[in-house]
Design a protein around this ligand. Structure first.
Ligand code: BGC
Length: 741
């Protein structure tokens, strides 16, 4: 359809039909026959509302999508197809590592390719729009949704945001692309004390400097929708925040697509206490140019009355409705209301060999080696290699896809035990669960029981039996690999924790195994940075596996047995203890820094009982090779706007193993009109090094990379001295300097 046809269609629509396009309902309301009555009544919408509704939430399955679309179109006066939107965050059926792991690859090009494959798999089964990428900057490990994000750094997250959007779009062919929706706009990653849905409040300059960039990157890359976040921004919930949605997003950034709320967020304006009732909530959201009301009856029931009373104009409704129609048109739904979804295509692409291979490769890059004392890793898989005991709740668990892979079939995941057996054969390897994941599963609540992934402690062997079996296995082995971690439901939405250490029964088991005196390798499964201080001494090596996804077992084995030399680097700081949170590398200078202050001893900015720094800092990760960084050169030492300053460093592989270095460049604005972080990532390069090879790695710094949100409310750089740092992580850095003139 061309634009005129769309306008003509809009002209034919009744107000109720226009409002319908602004309403999103879930699959329950579209159930066959009488099946929809209960869900409709529960939500408080009528069959009439469903008959004009514009989009469907989280229904996937080629047959079901076709059935719903057919039934809907049969009843529809103007035959405007539904658009199906769903959460496909880091994989559909082929699950990649959780985004914290994707971030750890520091490889946006690879992730772009992965997201192309994700799009192809999802579209075949009916997904037209995905609520992804989530790119909230995460700086507090207590927050459960750290899992979903690429990390704590705005620059790095922006690079991933761009790559993910480009990947979802692929080459634009309907069978290989889906539309996407960046979220959660904005600042959702900064809830006070890490508590889910809690208040977010920060100054505008900080919001702009540190939180907005990744969303903007997604918008600039052409993402079609933006989702409002649950939190407040300057005391006004994002869903009612006209400044954020209309002035910043649409006005400053030029975004002209639909804005959709997060789940039930219009009705939650009442809970926030900014609206007295559904009518007021609807008015506030509409006036903030929020177009689609996800999963509440507010727009469906209140908008017509607001238009009749002149509190919302017909032009506003038309503009919102047109944005939705334009999206449907862009997706080609008026020509083909199913896009390319079909059961046959699904069979072709679901978990195809190409996808499984890419998930395994990416996972290999996502794993982060945190400790490797005495080079206990890699393990020798050859015939003369060690006998391996694999112990822990994750030894043979398929719950390794993470909490947000909601559409995936976890039975497809390859467990560690599956993979170890492939590598070692049954003679040199055995596994045991060893203990329960948690002492008490009740903190997981009903949700755990509902999704069927909590295991009851009552129906299996007793704790003593589990431990005895595991210790006997460990005693007979040469090396013990412990597969431990958070329960899959302890992270993700609603997964805030104040204790971010390993669950108690697993720590007890690890300590008992340690007493046997064998080399111990810890493989961690978790959806957030953990505080590992109390378990580090109990292991010789630690491999951070996140929730590694469908190919997880194989990828972990690839690294443990040396087929892959780990190159993953953290994109979130791992604290010594939870009291350091929120913890991030880009700390500000203070008047009394811990190091270099004129004040001594007590009266500087520090903790009495813990270091200021992370236990494992941003950018950190080990490999099986070691590298030397030297000869940092900072071009001419001065930079003018419009010019580039060349920065170079020599990186040498000091070992006989080929490997990848993630060379990181940070800057520090020494004196500015606002305090600036002591370090800010500005560029990085993944560099492959053959054994003993030296490479000169070059970067260019431009004036635009030195800008920040100034007291004059503008993006600008300020002349003066800058420090520049290059190294393998945010702690071990070579330093240089230059002047911006
Ligand atoms: C989450 C969103 C998600 C939406 C729809 C909400 O609870 O916050 O990230 O896209 O549900 O499933």
């Amino acid at each position: 359809m061309n634009h005129e046809d769309l306008l003509a269609l809009l002209g034919k629509m009744t107000l109720k039909e226009k409002v319908g396009q602004l309403v999103q309902l879930d699959g329950g309301c579209f159930g066959a026959g009488d099946m929809s009555t209960g869900p409709r009544e529960k939500l408080g919408v009528t069959q009439e509302d469903v008959d004009v509704c514009g989009s469907v939430l989280n229904v996937l399955g080629a047959e079901e999508v076709r059935r719903i679309q057919d039934t809907y179109l049969e009843r529809s006066r103007l035959k405007i197809p539904l658009v199906f939107m769903a959460d496909v965050i880091y994989g559909y059926q082929t699950c990649y590592p959780i985004p914290l792991g994707l971030g750890a690859t520091w490889d946006p090009d690879l992730i772009r390719d992965d997201y192309r494959l994700i799009a192809g798999e999802a579209v075949a089964d009916g997904c037209m729009v995905t609520f992804s990428p989530p790119v909230d900057v995460v700086r507090d490990a207590r927050w459960g949704r750290c899992l979903e994000m690429p990390g704590e750094d705005p620059y790095l997250s922006s690079r991933f945001a761009t790559a993910m959007v480009e990947g979802f779009h692929g080459d634009g062919a309907p069978e290989r692309s889906i539309a996407c929706c960046v979220k959660h706009f904005a600042g959702y990653g900064a809830p006070e004390a890490g508590r889910e849905y809690n208040t977010v409040d920060m100054s505008e300059w900080r919001f702009r400097n540190e939180y907005l960039a990744p969303y903007k990157a997604a918008v600039d890359a052409g993402c079609e929708l933006v989702m409002t976040s649950f939190n407040t921004v300057e005391g006004i919930p994002a869903t009612a925040n006209k400044w954020l949605m209309d002035d910043v997003l649409r006005g400053e950034w030029g975004f002209d697509g639909p804005v959709i709320t997060d789940y039930a967020a219009v009705a939650e304006l009442i809970g926030h206490g900014v609206a007295a009732n559904a009518r007021e909530a609807t008015r506030l959201a509409m006036n903030a140019t929020v177009d689609i009301d996800m999963k509440t009856p507010c727009y469906a029931h209140e908008l017509e009355g607001l238009v009749a009373d002149g509190e919302v104009s017909m032009e506003q409704v038309d503009a919102a409705c047109l944005r939705v129609l334009e999206l449907k048109n862009k997706l080609g739904l008026f020509e083909n209301p199913y896009r390319t979804c079909s059961p046959e295509r699904r069979v072709e692409v679901t978990c195809s060999p190409e996808r499984l291979a890419s998930a395994r490769k990416t996972c290999g890059e996502a794993l982060v080696l945190l400790k490797n004392e005495g080079d206990v890793l890699p393990l020798d898989a050859g015939e003369d290699g060690p006998r391996v005991a694999l112990i822990g709740p994750y030894a043979n668990s398929r719950d390794i896809i993470g909490m947000w892979a909601i559409h995936a079939d976890k039975s497809r995941s390859v467990t560690l035990a599956d993979a170890f057996e492939e590598v070692l054969g049954p003679e040199r390897f055995g596994w045991a669960k060893g203990c329960e994941t948690l002492d008490d599963y009740s903190e997981l609540g009903d949700f755990g029981k509902y999704v069927g992934i909590t295991s009851g402690v009552d129906d299996g062997p007793s704790a003593d039996e589990l431990e005895t079996e595991a210790l006997a296995l460990a005693a007979a082995a040469d090396v013990v690999v412990m597969a431990l971690g958070e329960h899959m439901l302890q992270s993700g939405e609603g997964g805030a924790r104040t204790d971010i250490t390993l669950p108690a029964p697993q720590k007890r088991l690890l300590a008992r195994v340690r007493e046997l005196g064998k080399p111990v390798v810890l493989v961690l499964f978790n959806g957030r940075p953990l505080a590992l201080t109390d378990v580090l001494d109990d292991c010789d090596a630690v491999l951070e596996a996140w929730f590694p996804g469908t190919a997880g077992g194989r990828a972990v084995a690839d690294v443990l047995f040396g087929d892959v030399n780990p190159s993953g680097r953290l994109t979130v700081s791992f604290p010594h203890n939870v009291g350091q949170e929120p913890l991030y590398y880009a700390q500000f200078s203070t008047g009394r820094p811990a190091k270099g202050s004129a004040h001594s001893g007590r009266f500087v900015s520090r903790y009495m009982d813990a270091p200021n720094e992370a236990l494992f800092p941003f950018g950190y990760g080990l490999s099986y090779h070691t590298a030397r960084y030297e000869n940092l050169c900072v071009g001419t030492g001065s930079l003018r706007a419009g010019e580039k300053l060349r920065v170079s460093v020599d990186v040498t592989n000091e070992s006989q193993v080929a490997g990848i270095e993630v060379v990181q460049l940070y800057i520090h604005d020494v004196a500015a009109s606002r305090v600036r972080p002591m370090l800010e990532l500005r560029d990085f390069a993944r560099v492959e090094l053959a054994a003993s090879e030296t490479r000169t790695v070059e970067f260019e710094i431009g004036e635009d990379q030195l800008r920040f949100w100034t007291p004059e409310h503008a993006w600008a750089s300020e002349p003066g001295s800058f420090e520049v740092f290059v190294g393998p992580n945010s702690r071990d850095l070579l330093a240089g300097s230059f002047e911006l003139i």
